[in-house]
Write a protein that binds this ligand. Sequence first.
Ligand SMILES: NC(=O)c1ccc[n+]([C@@H]2O[C@H](COP(=O)([O-])OP(=O)(O)OC[C@H]3O[C@@H](n4cnc5c(N)ncnc54)[C@H](O)[C@@H]3O)[C@@H](O)[C@H]2O)c1
Length: 331
Amino acid sequence: MPLYNDNFHRTDISNCSFLITGGAGFIGSNIVEYLVHHGAGEVRIMDNLCEGKLENIADFIELPNVQFLELDITNESDCQTACANIDYVSHQAALGSVPRSIETPLATNAANVTGFLNLMTAAKDAGVKRFVYASSSSVYGDSPEMPKVESQIGDPLSPYAATKYTNEVYAGTFGRCYGLETVGLRYFNVYGPRQKPDGPYAAVIPLFMDALLKNQPPFINGDGEQSRDFTFVSNAVQANVRGMFTTTPGASRRAYNVAVGERVTVNQLFQAIKTLTGATVDAVYQDPREGDVKHSLADISLAEQYLDYQPNTQFERGLEITLDWFKKRFG
Ligand SMILES: NC(=O)c1ccc[n+]([C@@H]2O[C@H](COP(=O)([O-])OP(=O)(O)OC[C@H]3O[C@@H](n4cnc5c(N)ncnc54)[C@H](O)[C@@H]3O)[C@@H](O)[C@H]2O)c1
């Protein structure tokens, strides 16, 4: 069943042009899939393929309204090329992962701050209608408040978190200086089809699925009682689309929590995937990971109010869809 039958926009998009940076990556390729499925006029994908894969966009790349540019956001003129004649930008390109940013803060800063600024400047110069961008729940840092409310953040716990916070500061500044319309999306642990299980910075759900489908024991960092607001990717796609098209007064120049509003511990996640896969192994516990927060849970009322965002795929269903994809892709 196609993931994106639901309509998250109310206007005709057949005359609109979209730039999806990081569009060969996990979340970006899902945004591309939505736009193609709903008859977008032009969908331009910009990705340097450092993490993304052409196979993620193989179903779309030959379509006449889809264009793939293997370009780099750290290069100013690449960003100008990518933004020419674009109406809406969804900026997903970045180097993810807290541990990577602790190991290589300069590389993370180059992509996530310099790259962000290059792209937002090019978007502003090209006169785009709205610039939607991926922020992160990591901006809540050491704030003990639960659930997380947009107005109360703490100090960043990693270079990655610092870059995402910097993005929000720049987006607000571009609004005030140049009148650029921006919408920031603070994703909370997104998972779903096309998320990579391999590589040193893989996320917990693909790692667990990959291991348990092979009946091998996955690692759990710490005691497993840390919790997350796991968010199925269609909910993140919905937030992007609604962010591009919302006409609610005051919706622009804010950053919104994008989550489900429910928290699940890593131990519960392990048990759920173990049951779905029929695996018989137990997890192996190891030391907690540097820079990780203990608990994460979002208050999603701001996104409901301004973006009309309603998460439409809950945890168990999202896991089933993701596991089906994993079995087809890696089974
Ligand atoms: N997945 C999550 O749970 C999560 C949570 C919070 C925030 N985010 C943010 O969401 C966005 C998308 O994340 P994702 O999970 O899809 O990651 P991803 O790694 O699958 O996608 C990012 C894409 O950006 C591309 N990219 C990286 N540097 C680039 C550069 N210099 N020029 C051009 N392209 C470049 C990569 O090749 C990749 O395809 C990122 O900004 C990430 O920080 C993700």
